[in-house]
Write a protein that binds this ligand. Structure first.
Ligand code: HEM
Length: 156
């Protein structure tokens, strides 16, 4: 029961995080492209502030629930006399998942404050440059998320 709950939390958090990045990349970015820089960059900043606040929780939940599930399976295996070895798909998910969390930390705590500062100063050239850099790393994280999902569901 607890395991099923942890897995549901894990998957819902993944949906919010990866789905949000897909939405931003596929629908929001093209729609914003038609706006003048002050509106575009202010709106992008307001959206990212909200999205990153949610991803801060989602990434912590993905990581925490993932490690917890591994711990529970390992403990149950050892208690029933077996020896635990992680399935390859779990190892790939945990490794790339941790990389995603680290990259999100870089985006949220290094790149985003610089972008927000340029928007606050109404320095649109610098804000546009910084948003582009931020988007590049979000795309990298989106790619990692999709690779994890591909490995989980296609590599059998
Ligand atoms: C941060 C480190 C992560 C760890 C330690 C971790 C660990 C786990 C574990 C132990 C399970 C349970 C598998 C099972 O019971 O079959 C699981 C399920 C799952 N994880 Fe992760 N995970 C992490 C990150 C991620 C990320 C970043 C994604 C997606 C981008 C992801 C997607 C999934 C999905 C979709 C499932 C459900 C698989 C299924 O039931 O078919 N995980 N994860």
């Amino acid at each position: 029961m607890l395991y099923a709950l942890l897995k549901a939390v894990h998957v819902l958090s993944v949906i919010l995080w990866v789905g949000g990045m897909l939405f931003a990349e596929l629908f929001l970015r093209p729609a914003l492209a038609g706006l003048a820089p002050p509106e575009r960059l202010r709106l992008a900043q307001a959206v990212l502030a909200r999205f990153f606040a949610a991803v801060l929780w989602a990434s912590a939940l993905v990581f925490g629930s993932g490690v917890w599930m591994i711990g529970r399976v390992a403990k149950a295996t050892v208690q029933s006399g077996g020896s635990f070895s992680m399935p390859l798909t779990w190892t790939v998910m945990a490794g790339l998942g941790m990389l995603m969390v680290v990259l999100f930390g870089y985006i949220r705590f290094a790149l985003y404050p610089r972008f927000a500062a340029a928007v606050a100063a109404a320095d649109w050239t610098q804000a546009a440059d910084r948003l582009q850099r931020l988007q590049l790393w979000v795309r990298v994280n989106l790619g990692l998320g999709l690779v994890i999902l591909g490995v989980l569901y296609l590599a059998h």
